[in-house]
Ligand binder design. Structure first.
Ligand code: NOJ
Length: 525
């Protein structure tokens, strides 16, 4: 298999590897690079175009690696830089591109810069962060009342009496992006990974980098002091110049949570990022009208800037969609997890199968979060004392339930993930969801994903247009002879006239499509 060349990110299938939970080769209960290399065949057989690797750098793991102490090395828990280079090479040989995760908003409090800044208030590194005196007579009140992204406060006092800013945990001090050294450092980090052959960069918390130095409070009718400041675009223009200097096939993909689609699209102007995650789609309810509006909004916003849309159902931060779609409230929110809401996993799984066909045939790139292809659900039964997520305790939400190690083989935990105790417990019911159990079973989620990705590769999808069927049915064509039909109503619906069914997410009822089922059709042209 050879790598497709130009603009591959426009219609790629990109698989997120969360390295702690993919596969453990050294028997410590935590996934590692050797495990990924040993199970690269799974991704080759699945047919994905690229891997997005969540952070694998040296880190105290205060936020599962999103607290980076050194961007130019690999944490020993995952392996070494040499192994990372070998993985990049092996992935390329298997026809799979590599995207690494860069976290520019903050670094670890164990990073040498922050240690130097703490050790000496006159150190030049002090200006790489947001150190400020406190308010009040004794300076013992925080400089602002900003609420943290994980809930809680955003300032921590240092022994010398000043405070430093952290939008996430205290172990993740925010960098000062007004400082040229910070900009230069990240440009050099991008080059470091591009020089090692990576094909793309995923940019964490991409809209948060710049802060208003006057540090105003967050007020409803005033410009936000740290979210989506205009100056951030200059950073991405300079990053784009670097990406382009590598011949035009390196992509920048932003994590941009933004309800206003026009402002979201600003990040995707032709001289900025190549793509950004579609959280609008991820959070959307299983509802035909809302879904259709979301697809329209997405396509419209992206067309305005000439960027490809992305279709994302799950990731390492959100409740797995088998679980979301099995609840009464099918939207995603950080506040509706672990609240004891009943989940119908059968319904959730049926909808997740239909969503696979939907997300793999809409125009743009599709992201798969590891385990989604196995139909995994959120593990809502992790005992709270085993939670590792720093969000738990601050916001009453734990993201651990979606980060549970993958089940590969066998009938019992740890299902071939490790020879030790996995770092988070796996549900015993996953014995039917192992890659081994599903391989060769035509009704399994894994075989559905394999067939859909293979078919997507064969089809030459072209122009998107809605087909007008029942309003509770989402149906669209991609060119003259291909259609996707998703029944989101509670009753079977008649299929439109077609030549053949290419793929179905579940059994059909004669020529009728049962509820929560999707099909790909060859239309009569
Ligand atoms: C977004 C990442 O996806 C999440 O896992 C992390 O906790 C925050 N950014 C902070 O880096």
């Amino acid at each position: 298999m050879s790598l497709k060349d130009s603009q591959w990110w426009r219609d790629a299938v990109i698989y997120q590897v969360y390295p702690r939970s993919y596969a453990d080769a050294n028997g410590d209960g935590v996934g590692d690079i050797a495990g990924i290399r040993a199970r690269l065949g799974h991704l080759r057989d699945l047919g994905v175009d690229a891997i997005w690797m969540s952070p694998w750098y040296p880190s105290p793991m205060a936020d599962a690696g999103y607290d980076v102490a050194d961007f130019r090395d690999i944490d020993p828990v995952f392996g070494s830089l040499t192994e990372a280079e070998a993985l990049i090479e092996e992935a390329h040989a298997a026809g799979i591109r590599m995207i690494v995760d860069i976290v520019p908003n903050h670094i670890s409090s164990e990073h040498p810069w922050f240690k130097a800044a703490l050790a000496d208030p006159d150190a030049k590194e002090r200006d790489y962060f947001w150190f400020r005196p406190g308010r009040g007579e004794n300076g013992d009140e925080m400089p602002t009342d900003w609420r943290g992204e994980f809930g809680g406060t955003t300032w921590t006092r240092t022994p010398d009496g000043s405070w430093y800013l952290h939008l996430f945990t205290p172990e993740q001090p925010d960098l000062n992006w007004d400082h040229p050294d910070v900009r230069a450092e990240f440009e050099s980090i991008l080059r470091f990974w591009f020089d090692r052959g990576v094909d793309g960069i995923r940019i964490d918390s991409a809209a948060l980098l710049l802060k208003d130095p006057a540090l105003p409070e967050v007020l409803e009718d005033s410009p936000h002091p740290f979210h989506d400041l205009d100056g951030v675009h200059e950073v991405y223009r300079s990053w784009r110049r670097i990406a382009d200097s590598y011949g035009g096939d390196r992509a920048l993909i932003g994590e941009v949570w933004m309800p206003e689609v026009e402002r979201f699209a600003n990040y995707l102007r032709p001289d900025e990022l190549h793509a950004a995650f579609n959280f609008d789609f991820l959070g959307c309810a299983w509802d035909p009208r809302l879904m259709r509006e979301c697809v329209d909004r997405t396509l419209h916003a992206h067309a305005a800037v000439g960027a490809p849309a992305t279709w994302v159902l799950s990731n390492h931060d959100v409740t797995r969609h088998v679980t979301r779609y099995g609840r009464e409230d099918t939207t995603f929110s950080f506040d509706n997890n672990l609240d004891g809401t009943p989940v119908d996993l059968e319904v959730g799984t049926r909808r997740a199968r239909a969503a696979a066909l939907l997300s793999l045939s809409l125009p743009g790139a599709t992201y798969i979060y590891q385990g989604e292809e196995l139909g995994l659900w959120e593990n809502e039964n992790i005992p709270p004392e085993e939670f590792q997520d720093p969000m738990w305790g601050r916001r009453g939400h734990s993201r651990d339930g979606c980060r549970v190690p993958l089940p590969w083989t066998g009938d019992e935990a740890p299902f071939g993930f490790t020879t030790a105790t996995p770092w988070l417990p796996q549900p015993a019911e996953w014995k039917d969801r192992t890659a081994q159990a599903q391989t060769g079973d035509p009704n399994s989620m894994l075989e559905l994903y394999r067939s859909a990705i293979a078919r997507r590769r064969e089809e030459s999808f072209s122009d998107f247009a809605w087909l007008d069927l029942d309003p509770a049915v989402l149906a669209f064509c991609r060119g003259q002879d291909f259609a996707c039909v998703v029944n989101m109503s509670g009753a079977p619906v008649a299929l439109p006239a077609h030549q053949s069914v290419l793929l179905a997410s579940g059994p059909l009822d004669g020529d009728r499509l049962p509820p929560d089922t999707a099909v790909w059709l060859r239309m009569t042209s």
